[in-house]
Design a protein around this ligand. Structure first.
Ligand code: COI
Length: 363
């Protein structure tokens, strides 16, 4: 049980129903924020104080705050799903809460109790429940973005003595517009996302900032996403800018890069590894040389590739491009990719039995 209490200061002017419903009709991804947000302050002397539910809006923070200078910041991404009886549920929030703690440790930020983390989601989603899209409206949900920043104003380089945790929310449709069609990936050879001993396994803004130059390069080559290799040998597949990757083999193997310390331990990734055996697949976590992808597609041994993440769910990959070549595994979403995607979505929207106890009711 959470030890924190939350004070409430409701927004006097929440968005009118008509305007909100128009947004929920076609929310896109990450465009509109809901009416409220949650904030919890931490100090080194006092620990976490009680939380607040506030109107969503600009925050006042000193320009000398550590987050602006040394990037001491971490975040999470989760979704709230409406079920057919109107209730609202979250997928494995305790796993996100545990990852936020690991990220906090790596970035020298304070750990938030998992119960307090889940309570912060409940407080926000209860206040903004009307922003959770209706059941049966496709791949729609309320995307939740908890994050923690160094808010102490101090220019010396050391862990901040004052930290602020927030949760904001945004109604979400598909991350990639244009329906479920294979995306193309650019193989980055000039850039790496993370290195040995670095912050690759933490969900911190810096990792995403470091992926952006590769993402720009991908767009210049007509690709939607970038795929990074390991930083020391430039041989093994790691992950995309914000998603994990799986290869499907003709013989039923489902292979994903093993967690070497520089790859994010995606909640969707680990859930797919658990679901795979139920679906008759043989999951494997190991190092995958990029050449294995190119050769496997050419020989027909690799039949499908997909990306996964909370935002992307399960997104088919079609073409891999690199300097001097390309390889296309498929021009339509593959059968195995769609089967995995559907079994995940069925659990999340309450259409399939939650035999593993993955869902937590928020409202
Ligand atoms: C998520 O999938 O929740 C992420 O944080 C990644 C980002 C591409 C939105």
């Amino acid at each position: 049980m959470s030890k924190l209490t939350f004070s409430t200061s409701s927004r006097p002017d929440p968005l009118a129903d008509e305007a909100r419903l128009a947004i929920l009709d076609d929310p896109g991804f990450g465009v509109t924020m809901t009416d409220h947000m949650v904030r919890i302050e931490w100090t080194r002397e006092g620990g976490w104080s009680n939380g607040e539910l506030l109107p969503y809006g600009p925050i006042s923070i000193e320009p000398a705050a550590g987050v602006f200078h040394y990037g001491q910041e971490i975040f999470e991404g989760l979704k709230a799903f409406r079920h057919s009886d109107g209730s609202v549920w979250c997928f494995r929030p305790e796993v996100n809460g545990a990852r936020l703690q690991r990220s906090a440790k790596r970035l020298a930020l304070p750990e938030l109790d998992i119960d307090d983390f889940i309570e912060s989601l409940k407080v926000l989603v209860s206040a903004d429940e009307k922003w959770v899209p209706e059941f049966g409206t496709g791949e729609t949900s309320l995307y939740l973005r908890p994050f923690m920043i160094a808010s102490e104003a101090f220019l010396g380089v050391r862990p901040a003595n004052g930290v602020t945790y927030f949760v904001i929310a945004s109604p979400a449709g598909a991350y990639f517009s244009g329906g479920i069609k294979p995306v193309s990936l650019w193989l980055s050879t000039d850039y790496a996302r993370a290195g040995d001993g670095g912050t690759g396994a933490a969900k911190c803004g810096g990792n995403y900032a470091s992926s952006l130059a590769g993402q720009v390069e991908a767009a210049e080559h007509g690709c939607e996403q970038v795929v990074f290799l390991d930083s020391s040998t430039h041989t093994y597949i790691e992950e995309l800018g914000g998603m994990n990757l799986f290869l499907v083999y003709a013989d039923g193997r489902l292979v994903t890069p093993e967690l070497t310390g520089s790859i994010l331990e995606g909640v969707t990734r680990s859930s797919i590894l658990e679901l795979a055996t139920d679906l008759g697949l043989r999951p494997e976590e190991r190092r995958i040389p990029i050449q294995e992808w190119k050769d496997g597609v050419a020989s027909g041994e690799i039949t499908e590739v997909f990306a996964c993440g909370t935002a992307a769910v399960v997104t088919p990959v079609g073409t891999l491009k690199w300097d001097g070549g390309e390889s296309t595994v498929g021009t339509e979403a593959g059968e195995t990719t769609m089967k995995i995607r559907q079994s995940l979505l069925d659990i999340q929207y309450g259409k399939a039995d939650d035999t593993r106890g993955w869902m937590t009711r928020l409202v």
